[in-house]
Design a protein around this ligand. Structure first.
Ligand SMILES: C[S@@+](CC[C@H](N)C(=O)[O-])C[C@H]1O[C@@H](n2cnc3c(N)ncnc32)[C@H](O)[C@@H]1O
Length: 247
């Protein structure tokens, strides 16, 4: 679905720690995007949907084992209430190390949507029935375990917001970023031309646009081959698939 030009991309964050998002959402690109009216943020405390004394939201795992598990009731009620606050229903992204690994394509896809609900876990994770009973898309930000989904939600939100058209002053910035074309970005330099014996490559000072473009492309390819050969592999597999489809 393409974003409605006149409607900001709406983020709803479902979390036990809404306060950790506030300074983050005020600063840098997330803050600028909101000021420009291109996105809106809505923080929801899952604890408020607990029916228990002291707003308890977790309990011991059936079958034993360490830690506590996030209970179904508060999460289902929170989702259902938040879902009904606006249209469209949007995508429900569950942050979990067991999810699909987040990448630039996923960020771009999300930046074109109208609404994203980010569900942050805590403790030992979610009661499995949250996965079964809610329309979640499980997303991981990497192969490591965080204490909570908040930092992961910020990663998803930040990567997505900067791709919303109009957020960065000039759209070229994102099309040249690492991963945008399946390559890492070329090296960048700014003033001064010489620093502690290290010089800016002569070609960048030449003013010759074509040579600069060639140099950047070559360096991006070399850097990608040296550091992330898997990206080139992925690109050649995609080219082969599209060749097969057109045959
Ligand atoms: C301590 S972790 C629970 C991990 C869980 N025991 C497991 O092994 O899948 C608590 C919460 O942090 C978040 N989290 C941890 N690592 C993450 C990752 N790599 N990507 C996204 N969310 C993560 C999830 O929301 C998770 O429910």
């Amino acid at each position: 679905m393409s974003a409605d030009e006149n409607r900001p991309l709406r983020f709803d964050v479902l979390t036990l720690f809404p306060e950790v998002f506030e300074p983050f959402l005020r600063a840098s690109m997330p803050g600028i995007a909101r000021q420009k009216g291109l996105v809106s943020y809505h923080l929801h405390d899952i604890r408020e949907y607990s029916l228990e004394k002291h707003h308890k939201v977790d309990d011991r795992p059936y079958g034993g084992g360490p830690g506590m598990v996030l209970r179904c009731g508060p999460v289902f009620r929170c989702y259902e209430a938040v879902r009904a606050m606006a249209e469209p229903a949007g995508r429900l992204i569950m942050l979990t190390p067991q999810g699909k690994r987040f990448n630039q394509d996923m960020a771009r896809d999300l930046s074109r949507s109208q609404r994203a609900l980010l569900l942050c876990g805590h403790y030992e994770g979610f009661d499995e029935r949250i996965r079964q009973g809610l329309p979640v898309e499980e997303v991981s930000v990497g192969d490591y375990v965080l204490s909570g989904g908040e930092a992961a939600a910020m990663v998803v939100l930040d990567a997505t917001v900067r791709l919303v058209p109009g957020v960065l002053g000039h759209e070229d910035a994102t099309s040249l970023d690492s991963f945008a074309e399946g390559l890492l970005e070329h090296p960048q330099y700014t003033r001064p031309p010489e620093f502690r014996g290290m010089s800016v490559p002569e070609v960048l000072l030449s003013g010759d646009h074509a040579r600069i473009q060639q140099w950047r492309r070559r360096l991006a390819e070399e850097r990608t081959r040296a550091r992330r050969a898997d990206l080139l592999q992925h690109e050649s597999e995609e080219t082969e698939t599209s060749d097969e489809q057109t045959e």
